[in-house]
Ligand binder design. Structure first.
Ligand code: ADP
Ligand code: ADP
Length: 237
């Protein structure tokens, strides 16, 4: 479970990333955060794996206040959170399978990870993950040879290989055309249903959010201005 309590984040330049946010997300939920550019969606997501650190309030992941985590605690937190970004964040010159195996790095012992040594099980899991997003025919292609939609599917496979408890996706379809966007959203939804992975997705189109979310969180200027099931979203919201 993820719980934000009176959570605020003010950036050093004075911009308000989050303002008094109170949100509780139960295990297994599929939540979409919507809002215009600058609303705080990205800050919300990045706070949960501590890419940024809120300045006030509390943030609990599985009961632990993660705000003062560092070192080992932080690594452990990040191992259970799979991140998906708008720009895919693959290593461009590495092939697909190597990119996907990177999902195991947090689980591997330090020495093994330094030398990029992966077990048979890791490799089998990576291959299985690629199959689930239908891109197992591109194992030895370099990441930068793939289309945007293919790269995002590889990044989903990387997250699956990580076996996370949570998936956080920061504008995962913002660089993709509409058909490809729907394809990516369908995979995220399917994985949430099949594996029970709690998923939070940032989107800037409400239509897309309505189609895939169970629950929608609307943000404006760092504040949560709506939080409820899709059925409660009206014209005014
Ligand atoms: P998004 O709206 O998808 O978050 P942005 O273009 O706002 O994308 O931000 C891109 C990157 O720049 C992010 O890493 C964000 O944290 C950072 N950023 C956004 N606004 C500022 C700012 N005013 N000063 C410094 N960095 C910023
Ligand atoms: P969104 O993801 O909804 O576009 P962000 O969380 O990126 O919103 O931004 C929320 C606010 O925080 C904006 O005013 C933005 O300019 C500011 N901001 C985001 N990242 C940074 C940063 N790294 N440094 C300074 N200001 C930032």
């Amino acid at each position: 479970m993820i719980e934000l309590k009176d959570l605020s984040l003010v950036y050093p330049n004075g911009h308000q990333g989050l303002k008094d946010v109170n949100v509780k997300i139960e295990d297994g939920e599929f939540v979409v955060i919507v809002g215009l550019s600058g609303a705080g969606k990205s800050t919300f997501i990045r706070s949960i794996n501590r890419l940024v650190t809120p300045t006030e309030g509390e943030l609990h992941v599985d009961g632990d206040n993660i705000l003062n985590y560092k070192g080992r605690g932080l690594r452990k937190l990040r191992t259970k959170i799979g991140m998906i970004f708008q720009s895919y964040n693959l290593v461009k010159r590495n092939n697909v399978i190597k990119n996907v195996l990177a999902g195991r790095l947090g689980h591997t012992g330090t020495v093994r990870s330094v030398f990029n040594l992966f077990s048979k099980d890791d490799k089998a899991l990576a291959y299985e993950s690629l199959k689930r997003v239908n891109i197992d025919d591109k194992l030895y292609n370099r990441a930068d040879e793939l289309s945007g939609g293919q790269q995002q599917r590889v990044s989903i496979a990387r997250v699956l290989t990580q076996k996370p408890k949570y998936i956080l996706a920061d504008e995962p379809v913002a660089s993709l055309d509409p058909p490809t966007s729907h394809q990516v959203m369908k995979y995220l939804r399917k994985i949430n249903k099949e594996d029970g992975i709690t998923t939070i997705v940032n989107l800037h189109f409400i239509d897309m959010a309505m189609e895939y979310a169970d629950r929608i969180i609307g943000m404006r200027a760092g504040e949560v201005v709506f939080d409820g099931p899709v059925s409660e979203v009206t014209e005014e919201t």
